[in-house]
Ligand binder design. Sequence first.
Ligand code: SAM
Length: 286
Amino acid sequence: MNNNFLLSHRKEEPENGVLYMVGTPIGNLNDISQRAINILKNVSLVACEDTRQTKKIMNKFNISNKLISFNKHNSLMKIPKIIKDLKEGKSIAIVSDAGMPGICDPGEDIARRVKSEGVDIICIPGGCAAITALVSSGLPSSSFVFEGFLPKKQIYREKILLEISKSEKTTIIYESPKRLRKLLNELFDFCGGKREIMVARELTKKFENHVGNNINEVIEYFKDKDIIGEITIVVKGIKKRDFNPDKLTIKKDLNDLINAGLSLSEASKYLAKRNGLKKSEVYNMI
Ligand code: SAM
């Protein structure tokens, strides 16, 4: 195979006037790609979440380039200037502290704004905790839901937990070690103890570990331990045939959805679809 063909599908990188969203490692610095190093070395400037964090990568790979801070506190203020620079022909890289910028990290807003201004965005793929955890879990991965961090407000949180409890797809969740216990107890309440799950800690790092196999076992494992490190949770979906709703369950679900802010009509429509019923049949149950 002609390698030049693979490498030269675009003009030489970085191109002027392009925003590069550069994926960086989620732990193991050796996971960075040659292409990412080349971009970080040669763009006009690198906008990063925390300059100290990005300097670790820059130092390891002998990259010296101009760094500016771009994080959730200052991004709104900085976006117009970045767009102006791009339109004047600069090439700019966005990096987050770890993984893919834009995935639960600053980057999403700027990508949307830059695109709407007709400026090109090119993503340089890198590590992403969600995908790394999913693949290591061995759970079905051809179709999945990524929830990121669940909302803190209980009614929104419960709405999503309810969806997870009924989902046939694998769900991936980010959580802080401080809140892991609470989340595991909620997953137990909504999905039951036997639901398959994997808690991935410190992916790609020295003390990487994977805790499974079901919610009961994972709760037991963490019962007497200090929970530290970065954590991603992967929850298996249900099999269609395992879901056999009775009238009481549907009534409870309806209440939960209404408490979570849906109207009676929206909640009935959702549950009818979910349970293969007509909307009128759900109405009749109440
Ligand atoms: N942009 C990142 C990505 O592409 O995965 C995610 C950033 S988000 C602010 C940080 C969360 O990602 C952590 O709280 C944790 O849930 C998850 N995470 C990041 N690195 C991880 C790792 N090495 N192992 C497990 N989870 C990780």
